[in-house]
Design a protein around this ligand. Structure first.
Ligand code: AMP
Ligand code: GLY
Length: 424
């Protein structure tokens, strides 16, 4: 089989490595992929949002199955365009991808169908938003409606900060059209859990839970990033919590999307907060999370391609989706300065022992050398029987990977480990 994966980050590298385990797979093309994947996929210089070119490539090269991984092509309708040409794909269509593409849509969906989430107001007029903030309870959360590269959420701890956020999103348009509307919502507290779930609109199969680390620096300090590391499973997500989430969030979301005529097929990502009043949805994503995928897929014992094809063909109930019992950890190594300004072009080297456990996110090939080419450069992963061992092994592998100006968090998994002591 010839497979095509749209996207170019660490998540896509993890997906490619998992797909390659299927013996029927002959070639995997990555559009555009990145230089760090050159041994695992054929790199095709077509951008992830160049939908016409993606479709043309798939048709010309006889692609048997396509996986569209990132949010933007999904929201733009890449799956619709490929399906029209008869290319089977994994990922939601445009109508369903709106669950991530518009926060106003997802908040209204949750309200309409009674799915637990933070209380909120929607504004399309900055003056009204500013008026509301004069008396609103602080801290408060301001969110741009549309996609904003993971930066459209501002947790305001003062009234002034909240008002500044409204001005920069709605008046200065720092996120462009994504800021035409905003959601202003209640500030929630509690441990965060990411749950990725396979769904074909009829069956919902949650994968092993995970925990992301969004802030750039140790002890959750510094700016928000795309994610600096992950662990799985997330110890806060007990069996009882999982059962509650299935009943109050996962199945109701699937049913809600069906009722809206927007059946979701693909990987639905639930960003949850375990509040004192029970689990609530912080956000939905219409795709695999990054870097959650880098810890979830290595724990998947079932064949990924088989599961994905079952989703496409709406027979997810017929396949087994099994996860290993152990734990996994991913430590992201980034370029100094990320998520703001950083330098690129430094050679990346690693031991052969570490290589199979490294998922590369931002690299290019320059004069035959793999060099850094992004903020998040790569994720170093490990699996072990216990979370403690997985963390230790991941960090020992970090020592075997080198590039100039590298920085990473030293406390990935610390919060998760604390869950065990809190229980006692
Ligand atoms: P998002 O980009 O929607 O994933 O939001 C980024 C981060 O902001 C989340 O991972 C949470 O840590 C935080 N966040 C978002 N919404 C809320 C909320 N209502 N209360 C508290 N924290 C939030
Ligand atoms: N790690 C969070 C995300 O993929 O959006």
């Amino acid at each position: 089989m010839k497979i095509m994966v749209v996207g170019g980050g660490g998540r896509e590298h993890a997906i490619i490595r998992s797909l390659a385990k299927n013996k029927t797979v002959e070639t995997i093309y990555a559009l555009p992929g990145n230089g760090g994947m050159k041994d695992d996929a054929v790199l095709v210089p077509i951008g992830a949002t160049e939908i016409d070119k993606i479709v043309a490539f798939a048709v010309e090269n006889g692609i048997d199955y396509a996986v569209v991984a990132p949010d933007d092509p999904l929201v733009l309708g890449a799956v619709d365009a490929l399906s029209e040409k008869g290319i089977p794909c994994f990922g939601p269509n445009k109508a369903a991808a709106i669950i991530e593409g518009s926060k106003v849509f997802s908040k209204n969906l949750m309200k309409k169908y009674g799915i637990p989430t933070a209380t909120y107001e929607v504004f399309d007029d900055p003056a009204k938003a500013l008026q509301y903030l004069k008396t609103a309870e602080i801290p408060i959360v301001v969110k741009a409606d549309g996609l904003a590269l993971g930066k459209g959420v501002i947790i305001a701890t003062t009234r002034e900060e909240a008002m500044d956020a409204v001005r920069s999103i709605m008046e200065d348009k720092v996120f462009g059209k994504s800021g035409n509307q905003i959601v202003v919502e209640e500030f929630l507290t509690g441990p965060e859990v990411s749950v990725l779930a396979f769904t074909d609109g009829k069956t919902m199969v949650p994968m092993v839970s995970s925990m992301d680390h969004k802030r750039a620096h140790d002890n959750d300090e510094g700016l928000n990033t795309g994610g600096m590391g992950t662990v799985a499973p997330n110890p806060y997500y007990t069996e009882a919590v999982a059962k509650e989430c299935m009943e109050t969030i996962f199945l109701p979301t699937m049913a809600a999307m069906n009722a809206e005529g927007r059946t979701f097929k693909g990987c639905l990502y639930f960003g949850l907060m375990l509040t004192p009043k029970g689990p609530k949805v912080i956000e939905y994503n219409c795709r695999f999370g990054d870097p959650e995928t880098q810890v979830v897929l290595p724990l998947l014992e079932s064949d990924l391609l088989t599961v994905m094809q079952a989703v496409t063909e709406e027979r997810l109930d017929e396949v087994e989706v099994k996860f290993a019992k152990g734990s996994a950890c991913c430590v992201v190594m980034a370029s100094e300065g990320y998520p703001q300004k950083y330098e690129k072009g430094f050679p990346i080297t690693m031991s052969e022992a570490a290589r199979p456990h490294v998922f590369v996110a931002g690299a290019a090939i320059k004069e035959g050398q793999v060099v850094t080419n992004g903020g998040r450069v790569l994720g170093v992963t490990a699996m072990a029987k216990t979370l403690t061992d997985a963390i230790a092994l991941a960090y020992s592998r970090v020592d075997e990977v080198h590039f100039d100006n590298a920085f990473y968090r030293h406390d990935i998994g610390k919060r998760a480990l604390a869950a065990y002591t809190e229980e006692k």
